[in-house]
Design a protein around this ligand. Structure first.
Ligand SMILES: Cc1ncc(COP(=O)(O)O)c(C=O)c1O
Length: 381
């Protein structure tokens, strides 16, 4: 048999790779999707297989808006939702329509490493703004605004990837004010907003779309399943017009209409809600297991903040540690992680590492941390 690969992941046998920011196969909702598909296909409607309307199926947007209004605790209107094939595609599309090669954009430092790849594809000039435990530092943003006029600022406001921090409410307000004063767009990647373990984050940046400066991107990849390739952009009428009037949609129709219909059933039958509750409980347990094991086994010179949601723990090592080198050693001991430099817009953050608790079960988390701790202790010695 040829070695036929069917998923993105390819982890070597025996390796525990904390670099993987994806749900474990055991957390994928096979049964829920079986029910949702049977329900929708039972309607015998051939239009399920037609080109979709550009903005996204109206009934799906009504169901999604109701779901988000309840979960966000702030009203979301179906007309403010545009359906995408996930945040990655949404980001790529936003770059296509709202920037051109050579434009400057702002990102957090650190930022999601694969968003940095998308920005590189679009030949954008990326400027990093530092963060602290309350998220993006507004004074640092104000300083950069004296030097640059960004096409947009990309931010991950809740349970940030990789740092797990959440942007405080007062900073959200100041950020939005600055976007109006300086006329730049805020591209908010709200991917982990609904994956809360304890306190809910402040209302999403999507609740500020009335200003005309905000696009809020969401995805089913983290609340239902990544293989569905389904997400949304919540935005006001001016940006919506730009999205809907594009050549891509005129030619191909709305994005992912068939899957939208299946997920509409998952929402309407309560299966999405049920799965989200299950995921939150599972990730909370895994986050606690990872944090406990790290506290127990790692030397105290390696520090981190407790995650209140999302997928990640962001480790800070002493200044002299280069986590690229550390990862080489770790891999030889069958454990791995994502080094800090991946998340930097300017080759910094060398003494940081991102660990995800989404992929592994509790015994593997414990085993992986023990392996990692052995490597770290030797490295520091
Ligand atoms: C911050 C962030 N944005 C976007 C994505 C990808 O979203 P999607 O699967 O909807 O393309 C991820 C997945 O890891 C992420 O962490």
């Amino acid at each position: 048999m040829p070695d036929v690969q069917i998923t993105q992941l390819n982890i070597p046998e025996g390796m525990i790779n904390f670099g993987v920011g994806q749900p474990a196969p055991s957390l994928l909702p096979l049964e829920a999707m079986r029910k949702a598909v049977a329900h929708r296909m039972g309607h015998d409607d051939p239009l399920l297989l037609a080109y979709g309307v550009e903005q996204g199926n109206g009934y799906f947007r009504i169901a999604l808006a109701e779901f988000l209004s309840e979960k966000y605790g702030t009203p979301v209107q179906p007309n403010d939702l545009f359906i995408t094939t996930g945040i990655s595609q949404g980001l790529d599309f936003v770059c296509t329509l709202f920037s051109k090669a050579g434009d400057t954009i702002f990102v957090e430092e650190p930022s999601y490493f694969l968003a940095l790849r998308i920005f590189a594809d679009h030949r954008l000039n990326v400027v990093g703004i530092p963060i602290d435990e309350e998220g993006l530092i507004i004074e640092a943003l104000e300083e950069k605004l004296l030097e640059h006029k960004p096409a947009f600022l990309y931010t991950i406001p809740a349970f940030h990837n990789p740092s797990a921090v959440t942007l405080s409410e007062s900073r959200r307000e100041r950020l939005v004010q600055l976007s109006q004063q300086h006329n730049f767009l805020i591209v908010a990647d709200e991917v982990y907003h609904l994956l809360t373990f304890a306190d809910a984050p402040p209302p999403p940046l999507g609740s500020y779309i009335g200003t005309g400066t905000v696009l809020s991107l969401g995805t089913f990849a983290k609340i239902l399943a990544p293989g569905l390739r389904l997400g949304w952009i919540q935005t006001g009428p001016t940006s919506m017009q730009r999205l809907v009037d594009s050549g891509l949609l005129e030619s191909g129709g709305g994005l992912n209409p068939f899957t939208s219909d299946m997920v509409r059933s998952a929402i309407e039958l309560g299966l999405q809600e049920e799965h989200l509750n299950y995921l939150k409980a599972s990730y909370r347990q895994r986050a606690t297991a990872l944090s406990t094991a790290l506290h127990q086994h790692l030397p105290p010179s390696v520090t981190f903040a407790e995650p209140g949601g999302g997928f990640f723990i962001w480790l800070r090592f002493p200044e002299e540690v280069d986590t690229m080198e550390l990862r080489e050693e770790a891999r030889r001991h069958n454990v791995s992680f994502e080094p800090g430099i991946s998340f930097s817009s300017h080759q910094g953050l060398r003494n940081y590492a991102r660990l995800s608790f989404a992929y592994y079960d509790l015994p593997e988390i414990e085993e992986g941390v023990q392996r990692l701790a052995d490597v770290v202790k030797k490295h520091l010695a």
